[in-house]
Design a protein around this ligand. Structure first.
Ligand SMILES: [Ca+2]
Length: 114
């Protein structure tokens, strides 16, 4: 019971954070272009990998989860009004460097859907 409740609470928090992220993405427009632009492009790369079969469903699922984590961290960093401090920005850039590398690796390993 307690575990289920915890899971629900966590899920609710993630949903709320993603909603905040979506809202702030719209509100921020170009000012935060580099972070949101990178998130967008990485998401596209994952979709492309799914279409081409370079990513197995499992690989795609893991990469999607990694993207979701970055968006939650971004929402958390923006909670005070949208602006990122240089430290927050640097941290998100680091996470995006890692996820970008992970996408590359998964698209170029021997596991494919076909
Ligand atoms: Ca692969």
């Amino acid at each position: 019971m307690i575990t289920t409740w915890k899971k629900l609470t966590t899920a609710a928090f993630v949903c709320a954070a993603l909603a905040v992220a979506a809202t702030s993405t719209q509100a921020q427009g170009k000012r935060s272009g580099s972070i949101n632009g990178r998130e967008h492009r990485q998401q596209e790369r994952i979709r492309q990998g799914e279409r081409s079969g370079e990513l197995t469903r499992r690989e795609a699922g893991r990469l999607e989860a990694e993207q979701a984590k970055v968006r939650v961290d971004e929402a958390y960093a923006r909670r005070s009004g949208g602006e990122l401090t240089p430290e927050e920005r640097a941290r998100l850039e680091r996470e995006l460097n890692k996820s970008s590398k992970d996408i590359y690796q998964q698209k170029h390993d021997k596991q494919t859907r076909n």
